[in-house]
Design a protein around this ligand. Structure first.
Ligand code: PRT
Ligand code: ZN
Length: 286
């Protein structure tokens, strides 16, 4: 029988949509994937299994799935024997400790002997231990932010992205335990054929991930500014320069990193650039 790669993704939650979108951007298509336990791809030997995120590391370790997409926070909390293969750049958040606004917090030592509610007891215990602080950890399955107001704990340790949940519950964030994002995980001892499929998938995921960080940029520039603009826009190797029909002008094509984008635009304007067009990059392959 031909090898098929089994990929576990979150069934319904914060990572579901982005996980499925990533697979689609890797050129792998499905008929439909709604409300089912699993589905098979039309044009790649891949089966997608839909599971609770907490179960994904365990199922990958046990061999029910070969690879999975899950938050790093879940991987490190579960501490099972799996490899982290690829950071995926979405589902970003941090695991943080928060205390009531009126709490006089100076350092982690302020929590010595106090009660902390969390769904991440192992990660929290390791962090406290590393810092030589002893607190009582209360494991709860959700809504940690409510614990201080109902008298269950003095502090909480929970995932934060915008911070608005903490704010609206009268809490302030005081410590980051870890930064997290979605990652591709896999079993260490996949057979040769399965490993070859994982390598193909990772190659595609990297191309999609790189492209997300870049924009394609086209602009017109007087010829005397070509050198200046080439320094501002080095591109992947060097920018493409083409003469315009108008004497003394050229068109430059290059790529620019998303996080440097506005700074680069300011410098291009100062260098006399005109007709600047910016396009998304779909894949950045080799
Ligand atoms: O049903 P299942 O068990 O599969 O899902 P779940 O409810 O356990 O997980 P889910 O869907 O909430 O989150 C899945 C993963 O998304 C997490 O493991 C993280 O890796 C990632 N992620 C990213 C987050 C957040 N951002 C996040 N903000 N997970 C949870 N939150 C929660 C947080 O717990 C808190 O309640 O959102 C609230 C805080 O958000 P802000 O924006 O108000 O700070
Ligand atoms: Zn969960």
């Amino acid at each position: 029988m031909d090898t098929i790669l089994r990929l576990a993704v979150q069934k319904s939650g914060r990572l579901s949509e982005a996980s499925i979108r990533l697979i689609q951007e890797c050129g792998i298509h499905f008929n439909h994937h709604n409300a089912k336990l699993k589905c098979t791809a039309l044009n790649f030997p891949l089966e997608m299994l839909f599971l609770r995120d907490d179960d994904i590391p365990g199922y990958v370790a046990d061999g029910v799935a070969d690879v999975g997409i899950v938050g790093q926070n879940v991987v490190l909390e579960n501490a099972v024997a799996i490899d982290t293969l690829e950071p995926l750049g979405f589902g970003r958040c941090r695991l943080s400790i928060a205390v009531p606004r009126a709490f006089d917090y100076e350092s982690l030592a302020s929590l010595e002997g106090l009660d902390i509610a969390t769904s991440y007891p192992s990660l929290l215990a390791r962090h406290l231990e590393r810092n030589g602080v002893r607190s009582r950890i209360h494991e709860i399955s959700g809504s940690a932010e409510l614990a201080p107001s109902i008298g269950l704990a003095d502090a909480v340790c929970d995932l934060v992205s915008t911070g608005s949940t903490l704010l609206s519950n009268g809490l302030k964030e005081v410590e980051t335990v870890m930064e997290s994002q979605a990652v591709l995980i896999g079993r260490p001892d996949l057979g040769e054929d399965t490993q070859a499929l994982v390598d193909q998938l990772r190659f595609r995921m990297k191309a999609v991930g790189r492209a997300r960080n870049f924009k394609y940029i086209l602009l017109n520039i007087p010829n005397e500014s070509i050198e200046t603009v080439s320094r501002i826009l080095p591109g992947m190797k060097s920018p493409t320069v083409m003469p315009l029909a108008t004497e003394g002008w050229s068109s430059i094509h290059s790529v620019v990193q998303e996080d440097e984008f506005w700074e680069v635009i300011d410098r291009l304007r100062d260098a006399g650039a005109q007709g600047v067009l910016v396009l998304p990059v779909e894949k950045m392959v080799l």
